[in-house]
Design a protein around this ligand. Structure first.
Ligand code: BES
Ligand code: ZN
Ligand code: ZN
Length: 495
């Protein structure tokens, strides 16, 4: 879809569907100048008892009286109440509403904002339009079930033409990265296995100016990723470790070196501790962390990131052939610590622990963040919409929460209680990979932390809840969501 920008009034825009907005209590749409059009829409709002509540939608057929055939008014809720999120969602609603009536062109006129707020508003709107026109439909063969795709969209706002254009481009970049992560999660797990995902990482990484190195099983043996290799043993699919690097144009001795690590279990059957049918159904999403890292990496050049950024993807399948690792096995790890396998379904931490230790030792990062669909316990704690944030570094916590807020993602801090660590220090090995029943998201985070020096600013994002959407919205259809991408890109952008 082509996204264009303009400063024209809604009455001058020509599209199949033209959308504008109203706040709660408004009697006319915000930011429409043409008196005749305002009068028509205001009358329609009155007749339909349109209140401007968040996500309220009014549709009016202009019968050829204006440049666009059909007009939408979309409710933004209370003025000043998470307005950017409302705008993003509203634009997604406009895009889906246009497609629903088989229109391929959309124009939106944003409500007027002060000069400093033009860029954030246009950026959120651009993301919304892209999210609202995202479909994963490449496996639909029947014509009448194929969704209509927007071919072009236009965003009009007050403000300078250059700032509108720049903000729209930033929004398109961000949405492209999110939708790449969505596509990767949505692909069926037998297609999107570790080798296939590594291939996508090479193609997309190179397109975005990154250097990409793919390590195969032999390399992993040489590197000493013994714990990750143990997880991979139960599958025919070869594990892959992908290392992407972004280098900013200007580098000084103060340039930050960031490492992002993604859990890339392309399918999690649970291993010998087999999951239930219901529990396994969405486990193609267990590479959501790696997908988010790859997605975020592809945005860095276009968002002008000033830090050096390394993206590490740990790609394996957790399966069950005759060679599969077993409960009771004691694994060696990259760091040298031994780990008893208490449960083969707690495989993510066994992949991550090697990558984290490797990154800390060989890359000497100034900060490190991992993203992983790590625990069902985190979903129990925070529900399906929020990411759990674990860190011992207050400044990093603050920066990530700020980035999440700016990007429109829900991230919530959870504790790393030292008292729970002894749950992992019982048994014949240095660590066991599962704790007791309660607080499982915390013990998982504590486990990872044992493989890193305490001085390293590190945060763990458990995206098990939000990585996969089970209740569709205009912004996010069922399936992969790209959770984590926006938080990471915004965090790196703010550096
Ligand atoms: N991939 C799962 C976690 C998960 C659950 C992701 C639900 C997305 C949605 C992870 O590998 C896992 O199975 N964790 C176990 C850990 C347990 C055995 C300690 C879990 O959460 O049950
Ligand atoms: Zn598992
Ligand atoms: Zn898993």
């Amino acid at each position: 879809m082509k996204l264009r920008t303009s400063g024209s009034d809604l009455s001058e825009l020509k599209a199949g569907v033209a959308a504008c907005f109203a706040y709660e209590g408004d009697t006319a749409p915000a930011g429409v100048r043409d008196r005749r059009l305002v009068r028509e829409l205001a009358a329609e709002m009155k007749a339909e008892k349109f209140r401007g509540n968040r996500a309220d939608l009014l549709s009016w057929n202009a019968d050829g009286k204006f440049g666009s055939r059909r007009f939408l008014v979309i409710g933004l809720g209370k003025k000043g109440d998470n307005e950017l999120d409302a705008l993003r969602a509203g634009c997604a609603t406009a895009a889906r509403a246009a497609a629903a009536i088989h229109c391929k062109t959309l124009a939106v006129r944003l409500p007027p904002v002060s000069a400093s707020k033009v860029e954030p508003a246009v950026r959120a709107a651009a993301e919304g339009v892209h999210f609202g026109s995202y479909h994963f439909d490449r496996y639909l063969t029947e014509k009448d079930r194929q969704p209509v795709h927007l071919t072009s969209a236009l965003i009009s706002s007050n403000g300078s033409a250059a700032s509108i254009r720049k903000a729209a481009a930033m929004g398109s970049t961000m949405a492209g990265s999110v939708c790449l992560a969505r596509d990767l999660v949505n692909e069926p797990p037998s297609s999107m296995n570790p080798a296939a995902m590594a291939k996508v990482a090479v193609a997309e990484g190179r397109k975005s100016g990154l250097t990409v190195k793919v390590h195969n099983r032999g390399d992993l043996v040489k590197l000493g990723f013994k714990s990750m290799l143990a997880v991979a043993r139960g599958s025919k699919a070869e594990p892959k470790f992908v290392h992407l690097v972004y280098k900013p144009k200007i580098r000084t001795s103060k340039t930050e070196r960031i490492v992002l690590v993604g859990k890339g279990v392309t399918f999690d059957s649970g291993g010998l501790n087999l999951k239930t049918a219901a529990g396994m159904l969405t486990m193609k999403c267990d590479m959501g962390g790696a997908a988010a890292v790859l997605g975020a990496m592809t945005a860095l050049r276009d968002t002008g990131c000033k830090a050096e950024v390394h993206g590490l993807l740990g790609l394996v399948e957790n399966m069950n052939n005759g060679d599969a690792y077993k409960p009771g096995d004691i694994l060696e790890t990259y760091a040298g610590k031994t780990v008893e396998v208490g449960n083969t379904d707690a495989e993510g931490r066994l992949v991550l622990c090697d990558l984290l230790a490797y990154a800390a030792k060989t890359l000497k990062p100034t900060a490190m963040v991992d993203l992983a669909t790590l625990t069902g316990a985190c979903v129990v704690a925070l529900g399906l919409l929020a990411t759990g944030l674990f860190t011992r570094h207050a400044a990093l916590e603050k920066a990530l929460l700020k980035a999440a807020g700016a990007g429109g993602e829900k991230v919530w801090p959870l504790p790393m209680f030292e008292e729970y660590l002894d749950q992992l220090q019982a048994g014949p090995a240095d660590l066991i990979n599962v704790g007791q029943r309660w607080g499982g998201a915390i013990t998982a985070a504590l486990f990872l932390g044992e493989f890193l020096p305490r001085t390293l600013p590190w945060a763990h994002l458990d995206i098990a809840g939000p990585a996969f959407c089970e209740k569709a919205t205009a912004e996010t259809p069922l399936g992969g969501t790209g959770a984590g991408v926006r938080t990471i890109v915004r965090w790196l952008e703010a550096m």
